[in-house]
Design a protein around this ligand. Sequence first.
Ligand code: KG4
Ligand code: ZN
Length: 341
Amino acid sequence: MSEYILGIETSCDETAAAIVKDGRDIVANVVASQIDSHRRFGGVVPEIASRHHVEQITVVLEETFQQAGITIEDIDAIAVTEGPGLVGALLVGVNAAKGLAFAHHKPLIGVHHIAGHIYANRLEKEFRFPLLALVVSGGHTELILMREHGDFDIIGETRDDAAGEAYDKVARTLSLPYPGGPQIDQLATEGEANIDFPRAWLEEDSFDFSFSGLKSAVINTLHNAKQKGQTLESKDVAASFQASVVEVLTEKTFKAATQYQVKQVIVAGGVAANKGLRQSMIAKFKQAPAIDLLFPPLSLCTDNAAMIAAAGSIAYQQGHRAGLDLNANPSFSLERYAKRP
Ligand code: KG4
Ligand code: ZN
């Protein structure tokens, strides 16, 4: 018999629900984005996010079941993003999931948001272990080694800004609208990487990242040019900034993948949509043809609930269950999630 997992995601600015069959097939996937409401503030406003989630969650859930053509009674378990994220936003999803689980006597599963981003890739292709995940989103930049399902070992992480955060901040400096990542990605294809921005390689054996120096270098370069009465082309700044981010991400991921002798490398999170990153990774991994390189489809790179249901399916099979005392966990660590009872 097939297994149906309902996923719910409200950690930031998308209200999302989805139903995934047998951990890998999307039956329904609904995302209500709030980007338009936050754009005029140049970023996500937590209070506004929570309010939108409250308004949207029931509508999104109804639409999900309509799309799937099944009812809540056909669902085996309800998986919800427990954290990390904005507490007021997370609470809306957690409470909706708890309400449904209680009313319909369904098992409840708390899912880590980053585990979700990683498992978005399993909706494309089956995992092969050991695998290395490069997670690059608005809040995270991590290299995660997985030896089996549900096992997450962080071997490198950012020491300051996340990759997506750097994109968004540089975009704001260039007066581009929020979220800046896709805007810079597009501009970068039109410009030339002719400004030599720094690459933070850090210590020889470190798989950590740092993007705040690069961000400052971009801001300083723009500022100095302005003071000298020069104008820099935004498209060249975008291309040069992106070249720096992409080179560091690609080189560190490749080095870790060969050092840990992984079978698969998967890229996850909003920045996984980046065209420059995709091209650079594909080109680099031609040097290691035995390693299977995977990107999620564009629609599953940014926040969605299909990824939460996919990660929830594994947690369900591994016997993880949350009680009705499940709470939002805004600073939930992936390692704690992996070690939960
Ligand atoms: O994974 P996500 O939806 O949310 C978090 O969990 O953080 O990622 C959003 C981030 C934003 O910083 C956005 O600017 C970035 O992903 N992003 C991109 C692209 N598309 C989204 N960054 C670079 N290039 C893109 N094409
Ligand atoms: Zn995310």
